[in-house]
Design a protein around this ligand. Structure first.
Ligand code: BGC
Length: 509
């Protein structure tokens, strides 16, 4: 109020008033980015406040706004250099404690040889569902599995509650399948960052992907599972291995493909593992031949946990206001920043935020937002895949999705602009993932490497594979050949394979 009174008195005061007004607008804009305030702003009468713009001008403005999501080859090269540096920090003893890309050795040093045999149980926890599997290897691989939901309150409740839930699902699976009389070896795929202290010991470093169960970080998850099973007292199990889903994906593909050296997940979260030479793993302080190696492998699978790349600020040069918003509204602010630009848990929300901004600037839907669009999380990541699956110039899926979101009279120009937003978000994700894969391919340095890939984004997005191949080809050293192979059910089959290889190595002792 004082400022306003002074401003009335002279010219300087007037400019000050203008500055105050501008500042107020900025504050209001930032504030109104939150859903509730935006609602009132975006339901105003568009014809009164929005200047009329031609479709061409609108398209140009949409492209201009989306430009910050487009990463140039130079920027991607810089991302590669940063990741390379972060991986080196993760693997080196001195820098490991502060490193963000942890590069945990997994104790998996032997890839399957395709001759694995026997029956195994596998547990797979890593997203909104939990699975129990029974897997049988002979010349083929047979699987029987059941999916159990992990209710949201369990995802963020006490740790014991989570492990009791897992134990209950496992017990009911064992009973339903009549497996009570057999002591089957079990592989536990636990797809969160863990510091492994052996093949059957893994301490959770931190939760990701919306999980936040108290009392688990810093603890050995195998021990917690054993305790939960003991609390029930109705089943017997023999846990032979605990692994990350990336390791499972690598193993599952390596079972058939001898060139496989990298396991990649682009799903709810993102991460990659790769075969690294032991001499480059300062952290490795075990005897080289323990467990005994059939092929005397001088390598070990490294779980990079690259989702945390950027948590020290090194990716700030590519992050946008949308990434900042998503991070600050997440259950783990400041963590998993690379993952938050790439994976399925966040991609839809990034797109939604861009769409809301375009509406607020009068560039979409005549400046009107629906209540649904203004709700956090209402634009699912699968919408991106569906919208981009429309043939070019055709907007069938796009229109159906927009109707679900409460837009019944979107124009073709609206649809084209919505599609452009989706393309920018998914291309950025594919390019960033490609940058990560290129770093690993260049590190491995072998002439021909297969990358095993799994995860809903990679699997269901119609162009993700091609976009990645195109980008990796630009970033990889000359002479390195690669292919990306969909690895079916790595988390399940891979867990059984790690258990199988571990049993084989144990038998050799
Ligand atoms: C976890 C990784 C996991 C990845 C993919 C990330 O959030 O930290 O351990 O491999 O998601 O599931």
């Amino acid at each position: 109020m004082e400022l306003v009174a002074a401003a009335d008195s002279d010219e300087r005061g007037l400019s000050l008033l203008k500055v105050v007004n501008v500042l107020q607008k900025v504050v209001v804009f930032v504030h109104t980015f939150t859903v509730d305030k935006l609602r009132s702003q975006l339901t105003r009468t568009a014809s009164e406040e929005m200047p009329h713009m031609s479709e061409d001008i609108i398209e140009a403005k949409v492209r201009e706004i989306c430009q910050e999501l487009v990463l140039s080859p130079e920027v991607l090269k810089e991302v590669c250099d940063c990741l390379q540096e972060e991986i080196n920090k993760g693997l080196a003893k001195d820098s490991h404690p502060e490193a963000t890309v942890k590069c945990f050795p997994t104790y998996v040093r032997e890839l399957p040889n395709g001759k694995e045999e026997g029956r195994f149980l596998a547990l797979d926890l890593g997203g909104t569902n939990f699975r129990v599997l029974l897997i049988e290897f002979s010349s083929k691989c047979r699987m029987d599995s059941k999916i159990y939901a992990v209710p949201q309150p369990i995802m963020v409740g006490p740790g014991d509650g989570l492990f009791d839930h897992i134990a209950e699902c496992l017990a009911s699976f064992i009973k339903e399948r009549n497996l009570g009389n057999e002591l089957l070896p079990l592989g536990f795929t636990f797809s969160f960052p863990c510091k492994q202290e052996g093949l059957t010991k893994a301490r959770l470093a931190q939760w990701t992907k919306g999980f936040k169960c108290e009392g688990v970080e810093g603890r050995d998850v195998v021990e917690l599972l054993k305790q939960a099973i003991a609390r029930r007292g109705d089943v017997q199990i023999k846990i032979c291995a605990v692994l990350n889903d990336t390791t499972g994906t690598l193993m599952s593909c390596a079972w058939k493909n001898r060139n496989c050296r990298i396991g990649l997940i682009v799903g709810t979260g993102t991460n990659a593992c790769y075969m690294e030479k032991l001499e480059k793993v300062e952290l490795w302080d075990e005897v080289i031949d323990d467990p005994p190696q059939i092929f005397v492998s001088r390598s070990v699978v490294i779980n990079t946990e690259w989702g945390a790349f950027g948590d020290n600020g090194c990716l700030d040069f590519v992050r946008t206001e949308y990434d900042n918003n998503i991070d600050s509204e997440s259950v783990n602010p400041g963590k998993q920043l690379y993952e938050k630009m790439i994976s399925g848990m966040y991609m839809g929300e990034i797109a939604r935020q861009v769409l809301v901004r375009l509406v607020s600037e009068g560039l979409l839907f005549g400046g009107f937002a629906s209540d649904i669009l203004l709700e956090k999380g209402s634009f699912f990541t699968k919408y991106i895949s569906e919208i981009e699956s429309d043939k070019s110039g055709d907007f069938n899926n796009c229109r159906a999705i927009l109707e679900e979101l409460g837009f019944n009279d979107a124009t073709d120009a609206d649809c084209a602009n919505v599609r452009h937003v989706c393309e920018c978000v998914s291309r950025r994700a594919a390019n960033l993932t490609a940058a990560g894969v290129s770093v690993l391919l260049n590190r491995i340095g072998e002439e021909s490497v297969t990358v095993a890939v799994d995860g809903s984004v990679y699997r269901f997005h119609p162009h993700f594979h091609n976009l990645m191949v195109e980008q990796i080809s630009q970033l990889v050293k000359p002479g390195i050949k690669f292919d990306l192979m969909l690895s079916e059910d790595g988390s399940g089959r891979g867990a059984a394979l790690v258990a199988a290889v571990a049993s084989r190595c144990a038998a050799m002792r």
